[in-house]
Design a protein around this ligand. Structure first.
Ligand code: V0D
Length: 259
């Protein structure tokens, strides 16, 4: 398995110079649901005097790499924060480019995702996406809906407070129409009104590029998650970083289990 891991191309070992392998990580429990805030793409480009969009493009390659690795580790759900409701405030040219990335990504990788039994999902306000973006993601969702392997869940035009308010409004509507009784709202029922619906809560949150904030991402669902932050910018994020995050998750689980 080692040869598949581009170890020697983009390896940035952690302070202890430890090299992680799929096989050793697989000996301990793998988080079922991993969520990632893929930060630092613009900064990666600016450091190289490239336009910010070059960093976003580079970021898609890392999405592919980490999806493949998560799938081979047996991760059940990988949620990736691709575009927040706040991102509309960026320059129009950058937003326009970002909105082309799902098409570009899927043009290259959808056949692979289908073959690898991955299910593509999208959570967020899909209705306000440009028509061409919506069509591309909907096509990917449809073409992978018969798959039963890892769920690759993109948060696209997603904001957690918006999600919670929309859940409350749907609950009120269902109560008015009699689908839901007033006293029926429990944490479990409430969860089903969120965009994650039947997905389990993330066990591990990863955020790149040294920002130590949640930024309106899965506030309800991350209540019990382990958080792992790295200074590494998303385009530099390697398989080793991902395995290191899971290794840390496994260490914390052991410590917790010990008391
Ligand atoms: C830019 C780094 C894949 C983060 C990764 C529209 C910022 C690259 C997708 C994608 C983005 C989304 C849905 C889908 C298939 C692929 C993507 C956006 C940005 C925002 F069905 N990468 N990616 N979407 N970036």
């Amino acid at each position: 398995m080692l040869h598949k891991l581009n170890f020697w191309k983009n390896r940035k070992p952690n302070s202890s110079e430890q090299v992680y392998t799929i096989d050793t990580i697989k000996k301990n429990p793998i988080p079922e649901h991993i969520a990632i805030i893929m930060d630092g793409n613009g900064r990666w480009a600016q450091k190289r005097a490239l336009p910010r969009i070059a960093g976003h493009h580079e970021g898609t390659k890392v999405v592919r790499k980490i999806t493949k690795l998560a799938n081979s580790l047996g991760v059940k759900v990988l949620t990736l924060y691709a575009f927040s409701t706040e991102n509309w405030k960026r320059p129009k040219s950058e937003v326009d480019y970002l909105m082309k990335l799902p098409e570009e990504f899927l043009q290259t990788f959808l056949p692979e995702l289908i073959k690898e039994n991955v299910q593509v999902r999208v959570m967020g306000m899909k209705d306000s996406l440009p028509e061409h973006t919506f069509r591309a993601v909907q096509n990917a969702i449809n073409k992978t809906s018969d798959n039963d392997g890892m769920i690759l869940n993109f948060a696209l035009n997603y904001g957690s407070r918006n999600e919670i308010v929309q859940a409350v409004n749907s609950i009120i509507a269902d109560q008015k129409s009699g689908i839901l009784k007033e006293e029926e709202v429990t944490e479990d029922i409430f969860s089903t009104y969120l965009m994650t619906q039947e997905l389990s809560d993330p066990d591990l949150l990863i955020r790149t590029s040294g920002v130590v904030r949640l930024s309106n991402f899965m506030l309800w669902q991350l209540s019990y998650a382990e958080f792992w932050f790295t200074e590494t910018l998303w385009p530099d994020f390697s398989e080793q970083h991902f395995l290191e995050a899971i290794d840390e998750f496994q260490k914390r689980a052991r410590r917790f289990g010990g008391v």
